[in-house]
Design a protein around this ligand. Sequence first.
Ligand SMILES: Nc1ncnc2c1ncn2[C@@H]1O[C@H](COP(=O)(O)OP(=O)(O)OP(=O)(O)O)[C@@H](O)[C@H]1O
Length: 267
Amino acid sequence: MPADPSVSIFDPVHVGVDEFGHPVRVPLIYRNLLIGGEPGGGKSTLLNLIVAHAALSLDCRLCLLDGKQVELGQWKSCADVFVGPDIMHALATLRRMQIVMDNRYAYLEVAGRRKTQRDDVFSPILVAIDEIAYFSATVGDKKTREDFAGLLRDLVARGRAVGIIVVAATQRPSSDIIPTSLRDLFAWRCAFRCTTNVSSDIVLGHGWADRGWSSNTISPTNPGVGLLIAEGGIPQLIKAAYLDDAACARIAIHAARMRADRKERAA
Ligand SMILES: Nc1ncnc2c1ncn2[C@@H]1O[C@H](COP(=O)(O)OP(=O)(O)OP(=O)(O)O)[C@@H](O)[C@H]1O
């Protein structure tokens, strides 16, 4: 019995609760999200929540890049593309995404529209990356890393209107990995515990630590707590909802089954 899709990528994603216990939901369509923080802070937890929502949204396609393979590996069966620790595959994938993006803009131009909408002829695509620094600063040579950083920047800068949503995580919130010009392209930013005020500011935006908002003040014994900021807003303390491995696996199986059923019905 095929399950009906119950969520859409056009719906806000439930990411956790605020300090008053109220649910926090993040609209991701037409936006991107940057996640930073020290190892163990909760980045993958948030990334997995978003990928789970996207996987259950039959109106969204998934493109996953994970140098460690295990952070997003459970969603492989739901993804159009899964890139492991292979910089050439990562580059080829982002180049393809760039072509898709250009073609979508060409379509919108002909259609006389400025952005994609629900039930459009093409589906939104979630591009989830864990971890940016692996591809932009660790593997490959200088040229391939620069190519990766350039392609990522272009997708983040231009993908929003055509439904390409980039959610990227890094445990190295430093200015070489996230230059201000890239950070400012992300409408949503979430800083889990950072080791310094400077690295917290690199994720949230310059000056927030001086105004009392630094993820350096988050206790290392409280993983999943982070500061979330939206374009033009002020940081908000959140505790991310937690999906353990078993829950992710169950959701991934269900989502993959729904996707396979839909494909069968369409054939
Ligand atoms: N919201 C949460 N509630 C409870 N525990 C959490 C939460 N978020 C994270 N944790 C705990 O913290 C651990 C580390 O979280 P997570 O893997 O998301 O961190 P990370 O920042 O991605 O680390 P790394 O950079 O090493 O990948 C989890 O395995 C879990 O035990």
